[in-house]
Ligand binder design. Structure first.
Ligand SMILES: Nc1ncnc2c1ncn2[C@@H]1O[C@H](COP(=O)(O)OP(=O)(O)OP(=O)(O)O)[C@@H](O)[C@H]1O
Length: 661
């Protein structure tokens, strides 16, 4: 019987189904497992193709006896369903229509098939009008690129005539929330998903919708399968999609399952900050996964500002970026404070305004579509839900100091802070914006920015303890371990615990430095051994730890000395370097000055001088010549010394110095 003949194929398909949902998900984040375009594991696919080859050697006649296409489910996940379809020669899979937002991927394992897309089909079968689009694929080189379509329009599959059956692998990716969540997918700009831009899920409506759909698909098809799949999976994993899903998505797209939560994603990238991550999860991540209605019912909104503060090198910037990634942000803009301050007057404020534009645009689109939906009388939620936009303001203290705190400041900072305040209060949709500020000096930040409603959540990011240091090391060694470039004795728990104990007082950045230094030793050895693989040994890590330790200790001691000599100016030496960089001072001069600074000499000397002379001495030391450089230096100096240099040029040179350009 047909079923009997089809049995081995189904069995092979079941083997393929052993690819767990987890495995599928991890596949989506890599590129190689999809390079052959298949969802089945390599071994299962080999069995499957052996079965198919045997079947296709059979006379094709028996297929004709099949009442309809035969199907076997290969893999079923909450968010995807992968099936095999065996279509008899010239046969067809009945017309099917999937909800708008579903992504359907087809790949020919044998034979050739044709896919027709129909508009407004009658319930019983294709309408009399010609299909909107006909696409075909056949097994072979071209088949490595699956044919992708969106749900919305009805579609049917035919096996091409010619005596061979077509066996297809069809992956159905669940609709990513039919209404609100669609916007969360990072579709390529020009692509209008099939079903029209209004996201109503009505299959595209009139003829116009059809042509837009066809055009969209053309572009969609041009993308690689890997790109497509990882995009879809990223979108599916985005917590705001999960949140929207909770708010009325189809049950087929369950919120539970083995997907990695944002907090797990953070813990995988950042070590030693478990309590801090838990706080961030409770305040910022978890609420974003809740349905909006629930938050409305509680009368709460998700905070839109997070301030990460603590000493340098403890992972604030890293954490900010990882939070944005874990939340599946549509845009992430990272801006450094000194960079912003180095702009011309007026430009910084414009820059701040521009940072908020994407979020504002989306919030406006959401408001418009909600209005349209309400006007249409439907209870339907907004079609164009705002995607999340993240702004990271690194070294926030550079421009958001207490307003009026700097005597003689020309008001640039004040107006940046004002613009920032206005913008943080102004964006309508609180769900679509997260501003993360990082600073080493929380005490300098304008209090208005720190209050609830703005940078509402404050998290101190401290150097890791011994267990944390072990976690950070494990994170930085993970890649080389996976590549087989780390000796087994170096990755065991004992070795890591020992290393973590040796690295007392190290920050995350120091520990990353230890791994880099150890790798450099392995590379050096490999180069000497002419082409050997650079395997990092436990001894490399230990020596690197001592090397970095000596450096950081020396640095810390010198910094402590500088701080002791000038207790009122115990700012970070690294920061001085960055300020001078922002002031346009060249690397060599900067390096020399920072060296002196660490010894405390430069700072003490400068500190003794009054404002204008300070500026002149510094300018001479740093070979600042042009007026522009000098003005930037003046700004940097005000930052360095805490007290401003006088503004006016005549005052600036008490010695009557008219020798400035
Ligand atoms: N907790 C951590 N876990 C893993 N890696 C870390 C951690 N902390 C720091 N690192 C490593 O150190 C690098 C530098 O850290 P990062 O720039 O985030 O520190 P920071 O606190 O923002 O410093 P700064 O205040 O000087 O800007 C990171 O890119 C990462 O490689």
């Amino acid at each position: 019987s047909v079923a009997h003949r089809f049995g081995p194929l189904i069995d092979a398909a079941r083997v393929a189904a052993s690819a767990s949902a987890n495995e599928l998900r991890s596949k989506a984040s890599q590129t190689s497992p999809f390079s052959d375009g298949s969802w089945c594991s390599k071994a299962a696919l080999a069995t499957l193709s052996a079965e198919l080859t045997a079947l296709s050697a059979e006379p094709a006649g028996w297929w004709a006896g099949a009442p309809r296409a035969l199907t076997a489910s290969v893999c079923e996940d909450e968010r995807c369903l992968v099936s095999l379809f065996a279509i008899p020669d010239g046969g067809r899979v009945p017309l099917r229509k999937f909800p708008t937002g579903t992504v359907i991927l087809h790949r020919a394992l044998t034979g050739a098939f044709e896919l027709s897309r129909w508009q407004l089909p009658s319930e019983s079968g294709p309408n009399q009008r010609p299909p909107v689009r006909v696409m075909s694929r056949q097994c072979g080189a071209e088949a490595s690129e699956p044919l992708a379509t969106f749900g919305g329009l009805a579609q049917d599959l035919h096996a091409a005539r010619g005596g061979a059956c077509a066996v297809l692998e069809v992956a159905l990716l669940s609709p990513v929330v039919p209404t609100t969540g669609r916007a969360a997918i990072d579709w390529p700009r020009a692509v209008a998903p099939v079903g029209g831009a209004d996201g109503t899920g009505d299959g595209g409506g009139g003829g116009e919708g059809g042509s837009a759909a066809a055009e969209g698909e053309e572009l969609f098809e041009a993308r690689s399968a890997e790109q497509l799949l990882s995009t879809v999976f990223r979108a599916l994993d985005a917590p705001d999609v999960m949140g929207a899903r909770g708010a009325g998505a189809p049950a087929a797209v369950g919120a539970r399952g083995a997907r990695e939560s944002p907090i797990d994603a953070l813990a995988r990238a950042i070590g030693g900050l478990a309590p801090e991550l838990a706080a961030i999860d409770r305040r910022l991540l978890a609420p974003r996964q809740q349905p909006e209605e629930l938050l409305d019912a509680l009368g709460v909104t998700v905070p839109k500002g997070l301030l990460l503060h603590g000493p340098p090198g403890c992972g604030k910037t890293l954490l900010a970026r990882e939070i944005a990634a874990a939340l599946g942000a549509a845009t992430v803009q990272v801006v450094s404070g000194p960079e912003m301050m180095s702009r011309f007057v007026g430009e910084s404020e414009r820059w701040v305004r521009e940072l908020f534009e994407p979020a504002e645009r989306d919030a406006q689109a959401e408001a418009d579509s909600t209005l349209a939906a309400t006007a249409a009388g439907g209870a339907r939620r907004a079609a164009a839900a705002s995607r999340l936009h993240v702004i990271v303001l690194d070294e926030l203290d550079a421009f958001s100091r207490e307003r009026g705190s700097l005597v003689g400041d020309p008001g640039i900072r004040d107006s940046i802070v004002n613009t920032l305040l206005a913008k943080m209060d102004g964006v309508r949709s609180v769900r679509n914006l997260l501003v993360i500020g990082t600073t080493n000096r929380i005490e300098l930040i304008d209090r208005a920015l720190l209050r609830a409603g703005r940078f509402e959540v404050h998290v101190a990011v401290r150097p890791p303890d011994a267990a944390g240091r072990r976690d950070v090391l494990r994170i930085h060694l993970r890649r080389m371990g996976a590549e087989g470039l780390l000796a087994a004795d170096a990755l065991c728990d004992d070795a890591l615990a020992d290393l973590a104990a040796r690295a007392d007082g190290f920050t995350g950045a120091d520990l990353a430095g230890v791994v880099r230094a150890a790798a450099s030793r392995a590379l050096e050895r490999a180069a000497r051994a002419d082409g050997a693989r650079p395997v990092v040994q436990r001894a490399d890590l230990e020596r690197a730890c001592a090397e970095v330790g000596a450096q950081t200790l020396a640095m810390r001691e010198r910094r402590a000395l500088a701080a002791a000599l000038c207790p009122t100016h115990a700012w970070s030496v690294e920061r001085v370097g960055e300020w001078l960089h922002a002031a346009g001072v060249g690397a060599r001069a900067r390096g020399a000055f920072v060296d002196e600074l660490i010894d405390g000499r430069a700072l003490c000397e400068l500190h003794r001088l009054d404002g204008g002379v300070q500026e002149r001495v510094l300018a001479e030391q740093l070979r600042v010549e042009t007026l522009g450089e000098r003005l930037r230096l003046r700004h940097a100096l005000r930052e360095l010394m805490g007290a401003p240099a006088p503004l006016d040029d005549a005052q600036a040179e008490p010695g009557g110095g008219g020798d400035w350009p």
